[in-house]
Design a protein around this ligand. Structure first.
Ligand SMILES: Nc1nc2c(ncn2[C@@H]2O[C@H](COP(=O)(O)OP(=O)(O)OP(=O)(O)O)[C@@H](O)[C@H]2O)c(=O)[nH]1
Ligand SMILES: [Mg+2]
Ligand SMILES: [Zn+2]
Length: 296
């Protein structure tokens, strides 16, 4: 039984990339009965029905390492959070929420600071320093000025990466550039990433020549955290991890308690003010939500 990875699903058919090429497959009836829907990114075993016409059945879906809901895609191991230095104005709270979600799901994150050709105010270096301090890799990019793509290539090879971020920051433009230079020909249908409002809501994995896959997603205008409570928020800030367990109170929220080591680290410049202030903002929002549910 050949095995492969689902790169795309359209109208009940799934396109499975195997060593012997791309197969158009139907899932076996058993999946419908057990309520399991195959997803792009799923690693599967198939039975070949017709070798020459490349048709098959999906027999088995391997356990998922990770699972995203929007877009619905499995086995992603890296998220590239894209932000523009300008146009649209950077929404750092939205970016932090995406980073928090990645940490929660155990997906590595890299930051793509895009449209650096528009950076006349030094925004790029401020944001870049802030997130490097928080232990994130930052790729400074411009599709227009053709900058940063060598480093991006290095970051993407061998991983399954989803591009996410605010609407209009340039995700599809980056993906198109990748598509034109580093993507394998799969003999597949669509060969151009759509732009703007019509961006497909169905994820498609594009295979890189150097190994690995990339996935475009429609942009967010807002994004709410789910499955996280205020008292565990600290876990999803990489740069807090050396300090949180040293606070005087074991349940320190790092907002107003005395003897807080996170605040000490902030005062000595080891944690950036912007990230900390946004932590407090996100914390308060989550706490309010909790109080509204449980304290009425
Ligand atoms: N100046 C400049 N403009 C860019 C750059 N990259 C993309 N743009 C422009 O930014 C706009 C939005 O680009 P898209 O690639 O559609 O953005 P997106 O993130 O895919 O947007 P959504 O699909 O809505 O989430 C387009 O008008 C692009 O031409 C860049 O590096 N520099
Ligand atoms: Mg797009
Ligand atoms: Zn504390």
């Amino acid at each position: 039984m050949p095995s492969g990875i689902i790169i795309k699903g359209i109208g009940g058919f799934y396109y499975v990339k195997t060593q012997d090429g791309l197969f158009e497959c139907k899932p076996r009836g058993i999946f419908r009965k057990s309520d399991i829907t195959p997803l792009p990114g799923d690693k599967v075993s198939i039975t070949v029905i017709d070798e020459s016409r490349k048709l098959g059945n999906i027999d088995e879906i391997k356990p998922r390492e990770t699972f995203l809901i929007r877009p619905a895609v499995a086995n992603i191991n890296q998220v590239a959070v894209v932000l523009a230095v300008r146009s649209p104005a950077p929404d750092l709270v939205l970016m932090d929420k995406l980073l928090i979600t990645a940490e929660l799901k155990g997906i590595d994150a890299v930051i793509c600071l895009n449209k650096i050709d528009l950076d006349t105010e030094g925004v790029c270096s401020i944001i870049s320093e802030e997130y490097k301090k928080a232990n994130y890799r930052v790729v400074e990019l411009s599709s227009k000025a053709n900058k940063g793509f060598d480093f991006l290539h290095e970051v993407l090879c061998g991983r399954i990466t989803v591009f996410a971020g605010q609407s209009g920051v340039g995700k599809s433009t980056i993906l198109n550039r990748i598509l034109n230079s580093w993507v394998m020909e799969t003999g597949d249908v669509s060969r151009k990433i759509e732009r703007g409002r019509h961006t497909t809501r169905h994820a498609e994995l594009l295979e890189l020549e150097c190994g690995g896959y990339v996935v475009d997603t429609p942009g967010f205008s807002s994004f709410e955290l789910t499955d996280i409570s205020h008292d565990e928020l600290e876990r999803y800030y990489r740069e807090f991890s050396d300090f949180v367990y040293k606070c005087r109170f074991s349940h320190c929220s790092h907002v107003s308690e005395p003897g807080c080591c996170v605040k000490e680290a902030l005062a000595s410049g080891l944690i950036s003010h912007g990230r900390y202030e946004r932590y407090v903002q996100v914390y308060n929002t989550l706490k309010e939500k909790y109080d509204n549910i449980y304290k009425k």
